[in-house]
Design a protein around this ligand. Structure first.
Ligand SMILES: O=C(O)CCC(=O)C(=O)O
Length: 276
């Protein structure tokens, strides 16, 4: 078993489990190198849309969402039939002010149930200094807290969505990860992260997994990758598996998927800045 019974119990009670050893630092450094080679070709950074649904663009990321080391713990938490809805790069450069305000993802993603989980893997050290995630234990089980859109350039979230009541910093728990380690949290859990005051980049990838019975209840169309088991529900269009990085068919599909995601994430917002 990837997770112990205690870890599964902790996930049910607190809404997260951390850290989980997935790969050694050398293997993670190899993935980081592949990402940075692409960044170097395009002025040093990914575009906003490339940060999302990125498994359609990067073949190695499509491999990662199907990797048994990632899926075995996820299966223990959400069952055997698993879709991957999204993958996101979370990159804070050394000394960057980038932060993530306190939020609950279920408020924005348009997904129909509370069984969706985020697996977040570190491709460089995610320490308190470099701005690792913080969570409010137990908030996955208390419903939706009030949020406000506070558009802010340094906030990595689309609309600067922020919880206005119900978060107590004193009760928050940091989730530091070494390179190659992973955390998993329920997407209803309140979480946030601070700036990176370390001398290295903080590079993480979140992978969002859900049971196949999940529905998209806000957007007209959505897509997901079947990564384990069977999908008898067909609520999401299957995403193509790229044959290589930037495979033209997958890139074309990605454009449509990123556009649909933008519409869902900005539903009800006063302004759609296009930031993803
Ligand atoms: O990487 C971060 O600091 C925040 C990530 C996040 O909000 C998420 O994975 O849902």
């Amino acid at each position: 078993m990837a997770l112990s019974l205690q870890e599964v119990e902790q996930f049910k009670r607190d809404g997260y489990v951390c850290p989980i050893d997935i790969m050694d630092a050398t293997e993670a450094a190899g993935l980081r190198q592949q990402l940075e080679a692409v960044e170097a070709k395009q002025d040093g950074a990914l575009e906003g849309s490339q940060r999302n649904k990125s498994h359609l663009l990067f073949k190695w990321l499509d491999d990662l969402i199907r990797d048994r080391r990632v899926l075995d713990p996820v299966e223990q938490l959400i069952g055997t039939d698993i879709l991957c809805w999204n993958t996101i790069f979370w990159i804070k450069n050394a000394g960057s002010e980038s932060f993530v305000s306190w939020h609950q993802d279920h408020r924005y993603w348009g997904l129909s149930n509370n069984q969706v989980v985020t697996a977040w893997i570190a491709l460089s050290p995610a320490s308190i200094e470099s701005g690792c995630m913080r969570v409010m234990p137990g908030t996955h089980a208390i419903g939706t807290l009030p949020h406000e859109d506070r558009y802010h350039d340094a906030n990595m979230l689309t609309r600067g969505q922020e919880i206005t009541e119900g978060v107590d910093d004193e009760q928050a728990v940091y989730m530091p990860l070494e390179t190659g380690q992973m955390s998993i949290h329920n997407y209803c859990l309140a979480h946030a992260s601070g700036p990176n005051i370390s001398s290295d980049r903080r590079i993480g990838i979140s992978m969002h997994f859900m049971p196949t019975y999940t529905e998209q209840v806000v957007g007209d169309w959505d897509s997901a990758a079947l990564v384990r088991g069977q999908d008898i529900h067909h609520n999401f269009d299957p995403t193509p598996i790229p044959n290589a990085d930037f495979d033209p068919d997958a890139v074309a599909f990605h454009a449509r998927a990123a556009d649909a995601l933008n519409k869902v994430l900005y539903t009800g917002a006063a302004e759609n800045t296009g930031k993803l």
